[in-house]
Design a protein around this ligand. Structure first.
Ligand code: OSB
Ligand code: MG
Length: 368
């Protein structure tokens, strides 16, 4: 794959409904859309960094800068024999994993198109459809939350995740649990607590949760170990796991019992697959997280989630949970058994709605 040219758009997509987490409330979702040309074939990528550094230190703005200033100049003219080879080429760019993951995604798309293979097959995925759930933002009050959850259950989602933060945790989770005693339920704090809050988190242990996601800070691996010792419910790490090394160290330290894998957060699909393989080998359950992706990133997430170790439902909801209009012509729909089909077309298996790109693009840049 000889990289000839790259087009990048900074998109601002209106969300169907506001999404509130412990780090803020959004009504729009920023992301970067990449179109990479190699050997006359175009491949698409999505950078999951949002407008603000609330979830991660990376933003659409930092990714834009790093891609434009450092990554594009390194890759234009390069000839890669495999998508994962790209990582070596950008090894001297420290961090900025979401920016790198976006470019790697486009290379997988091209590689699949060239070799007449779906991304699922390239990654050795084994499932044709994957179990999914929905991530529900913080609502006005617990009553509204129960109503919102009820609507998603009616839509067919069989696993619910609710966002929590200090002051909006036990009461919210209890309200959902008592309204729906048997559903698969989990919570996500997005790093909102410290170990000092442990006593406040203990009551979550009585709610039969699948897991508690990222209660403490990204850097608190050891404190997660201490917290996990106080809880029966598995801790799942999201923000803390930026690489295979982190995954190995977190598991060796017993800081968690489950890992949320997001290809963007860990620098690309190749690193995400490595984390999956490592966890699968030791029977540590993993699941595919989401970051409100457009159809481009959603197709990539579905392919990754088709690997056999993804035994818990992913945060990969149907397109209509997020967007009225998406940038892919394909829309992802929820099957009656709370699954979504993994794309079977070559590469990511998606095509682009060019009108939507122009409509939501707030800046664009061409590199060659
Ligand atoms: O922590 O998992 C998270 C969205 C944006 C950033 C971080 C997270 C999330 C979600 C939504 O929980 C998952 C989704 O439906 O895409
Ligand atoms: Mg999370």
């Amino acid at each position: 794959m000889k990289i000839e040219q790259i087009e990048i758009h900074h998109l601002r997509m209106p969300l169907k409904s506001a999404f509130e987490t412990s780090f803020g409330r959004s009504v729009t979702r920023d992301c970067l859309f990449l179109r990479v040309y190699a050997d006359g074939i175009e491949g698409f990528g999505e950078c999951a960094a949002d407008y603000d550094p609330g979830y991660s230190s990376e933003t659409a703005g930092t990714s834009w800068y790093i891609l434009q200033e450092f990554i594009f100049p390194k890759v234009i003219g390069m000839d890669f024999s495999h998508p994962a080879d790209f990582q070596e080429c950008v090894a001297n760019v420290r961090g900025h994993r979401m920016a790198k993951a976006a470019l790697e995604m486009a290379l997988w798309d091209i590689y699949g198109k060239q070799n007449n293979q779906s991304l699922k097959n390239l990654l050795n995925g084994t499932k044709e459809r994957v179990e999914v759930g929905v991530s529900v933002g913080i609502q006005k009050d617990p009553t509204t939350l129960v109503k919102t959850v009820e609507k998603y259950l009616e839509d067919g989602y069989q696993r619910i995740k609710i966002k929590i933060k200090p002051g909006r945790d036990i009461e919210d989770a209890k309200a959902v649990r008592s309204a729906f005693p048997l559903i698969r339920l989990q919570v996500d704090a997005n790093s909102a607590y410290t170990l000092k809050d442990a006593q406040r988190l203990i009551p979550l242990d009585e709610l039969n949760l699948l897991l508690i996601e990222q209660p403490l800070d990204e850097e608190d691996l050891w404190d997660h170990h201490k917290l996990q010792k106080m809880l029966r419910t598995p801790i799942c790490l999201d923000e803390s796991i930026l690489s295979l090394q982190h995954a190995r160290q977190a598991l060796e330290m017993q800081s968690c019992r489950v890992i949320n894998i997001k290809a963007g957060r860990v620098g690309g699909l190749s690193e995400g697959k490595k984390i999956h393989d490592y966890c699968y080998q030791q029977s540590v359950p993993v699941w595919c997280g989401g970051m409100l992706e457009t159809g481009v990133g959603r197709a990539s997430n579905l392919a990754l989630a088709s690997l056999p170790g993804f035994t818990l439902p992913g945060d990969i909801s149907a397109t209509d949970r997020y967007y009225d209009e998406d940038i892919t012509n394909e829309r992802f729909i929820l099957n009656a058994d709370s699954t979504i089909d993994v794309p079977s077309g070559v590469g990511l298996g998606i095509t682009i709605n060019e009108k939507a790109i122009s409509k939501y693009s707030i800046r664009k840049y061409y590199a060659k």
